[in-house]
Design a protein around this ligand. Structure first.
Ligand code: ZN
Length: 334
């Protein structure tokens, strides 16, 4: 077979394989073993998995465990004779190429705005998809959601994981540009934010952790990249990223975006929602101020505002600042 050219003996590649633990693509024998495409032996062949999407790579990327008699091993990091690697074909390009531009003006305005903000380098972005099993928030969800739903969450929202298990919520705009990554630590047991001295610690960002110089953070909605993917779906906006994730499981008929806080809903961010059906879901606040504030923006943009939570709320809930997620978690997902 033609792939013979890029097949190398396991023994030669072992070193490469051993240092693999931080990479996006990894051999996964937990998914079961397959038939080797080279020697045809059954149940001897481990395939590479994409930790970002949870999907297996094409069949040719894998390793036969018959080291001495077969030795087939093809890594997605391996350069073929033309100097190409599988890994280079993937990454964010998939996203960028899948985006449908509604008209030329969208594209143009994006190009001129391009210099006004920094983006997170894809190589660094990729490093946060190697150990999602350590992600405390995802582990909290795992007890409540099916495997399929977990996979879909990870695929759609591209939730990253820092080495300490904190979640990274990337803000990827409609054009597929990674404008920033917000880092939040959660308790695996309660799914709530980890408090320091009784209050929420300051938000951290990947560009600070990675010391990216002169990074110009210009935020967009969390989940904004999904707008291009589902041009006809109605849009819901909540405050917190976690709420958007949970709500997307319960009410998948909407695209769920997060503003990143009560003050995170701005006219500038909302430009991207023009000509869409939009429902805002403000959090409860003790004095109802968020509700009032979001109502003003809704009027300007012709959005709807859900008062479900305001109506259902009892005084106690107001004081705790409950949001849609807390409300939904009282019910089983469908
Ligand atoms: Zn084989």
């Amino acid at each position: 077979m033609t792939k013979m050219l890029i097949v190398t003996k396991v023994t030669q590649q072992k070193k490469l394989f051993m240092v693999d633990s931080n990479y996006r693509f990894q051999l996964n024998s937990k998914r079961g073993k397959f038939t080797c495409p080279e020697c045809g032996a059954n149940y001897r062949y481990s395939r590479f998995e994409d930790n970002k999407t949870g999907e297996l790579l094409p069949e040719e990327y894998g390793r036969c465990d018959r080291e001495n008699s077969c030795g087939y091993f093809l890594s997605p990091y391996h350069e073929d004779e033309e100097g190409k690697k599988y890994v280079d074909q993937t990454r964010l390009h998939e996203y960028q190429s899948s985006i449908k531009y509604s008209d030329d003006s969208t594209l143009k305005s994006n190009l001129t705005m391009n210099n006004a903000f920094s983006t997170v380098p894809e190589e660094l972005f990729d490093t946060t998809f190697s150990s999602y099993e350590n992600n405390a928030l995802l582990n909290f969800f795992q007890n409540k959601l099916s495997k399929d739903r977990m996979l879909k969450l990870r695929q759609q929202y591209l939730i990253g994981t820092m080495s300490n298990g904190d979640a990274v919520f990337y803000q990827i705009d409609k054009q597929g540009q990674i404008r920033g990554g917000k880092i939040i630590g959660y308790s695996e047991q309660t799914g709530r934010r980890i408090k320091v001295n009784g209050s929420n610690p300051a938000i951290n960002w990947v560009h600070s952790i990675w010391s990216l110089k002169d990074f110009n953070l210009k935020q967009c909605f969390f989940g904004e990249h999904l707008l291009g993917e589902y041009p006809d779906k109605p849009v819901s906006v909540v405050e917190s990223e976690k709420t958007a994730l949970i709500a997307s499981v319960y009410l998948p008929q909407f695209i769920w975006l997060a503003s990143g806080g009560s003050k995170g809903l701005t006219d500038e961010k909302c430009q991207v929602l023009k000509n869409r059906h939009v429902v805002l879901w403000p959090d409860l606040s003790p004095d109802g101020s968020t509700f009032a504030q979001w109502n003003l923006i809704a009027k300007r943009f012709n959005f709807m505002v859900s008062d479900l939570l305001e109506q259902e709320a009892i005084l106690e809930a107001h004081e705790q600042g409950l949001d849609v997620a807390d409300y939904l978690l009282n019910y089983e997902p469908f």
